[in-house]
Design a protein around this ligand. Structure first.
Ligand SMILES: [Zn+2]
Length: 181
């Protein structure tokens, strides 16, 4: 495959991505206005896939209520969208994974330090099998981290559960140790 054809493919993919992203970006801008401040606090649009909008909700009750009222919402949203939506799916899935957590800059928590993983009996392949999508991956990660944090000493600086080896070596967790360097 020549460079040119690769570039052509990338160009097409890029255009498709932009084309798919555009209605969603627009929707984000008027979402709070359409649903109202209260609902906006408990919802977060995640994506538009095949004209179906996916929205994360803070609780199952919100998902249920909004699912009942989604036809009204669809009409209001479609008035403002270039491509009409055919449905909205509300679910608590994806609510937990806040943008902060997805931010790669602070994704490396002390608990994710490689030395931390050595203390657990989880094999990498087992962890991978759970990571079917970012949402479930995060949920699983959070569970594992919670389980692992039990019984571990806390870093005196950031209060994060820290492997004893790190405390012996640096008196703080590896993350705080790195910050001090
Ligand atoms: Zn620390």
């Amino acid at each position: 495959m020549s460079f040119k054809s690769v570039n052509d493919i990338l160009g097409v993919l890029e255009k498709q991505a932009q084309w798919q992203e555009q209605p969603f970006q627009r929707l984000l801008q008027f979402w709070a206005e359409v649903v109202g401040v209260v609902v906006a606090k408990h919802t977060r649009p995640l994506s538009i896939q095949r004209d179906v909008l996916r929205v994360a909700t803070s609780s199952a009750a919100w998902a249920q209520n909004l699912t009942f009222g989604r036809q009204t919402l669809l009409v209001k949203l479609n008035e403002k969208l270039p491509t009409p939506l055919i449905d909205i799916r509300f679910s608590t899935a994806g609510w937990q994974s806040s943008p902060e957590v997805r931010n790669p800059q602070i994704a490396v928590l002390p608990c994710e330090h490689p030395s931390y993983l050595d203390t657990a009996n989880h094999s990498p392949s087992e962890a991978k099998s759970h990571a079917t999508n970012p949402n479930t991956a995060f949920g699983h990660w959070a569970e594992v981290m919670q389980a692992r944090s039990q019984g571990l000493p806390l870093c005196p600086q950031c209060q994060c559960p820290t492997p004893p080896g790190e405390l012996q070596r640096w008196l703080v967790c590896s993350f705080c140790a790195a910050k001090q360097l």
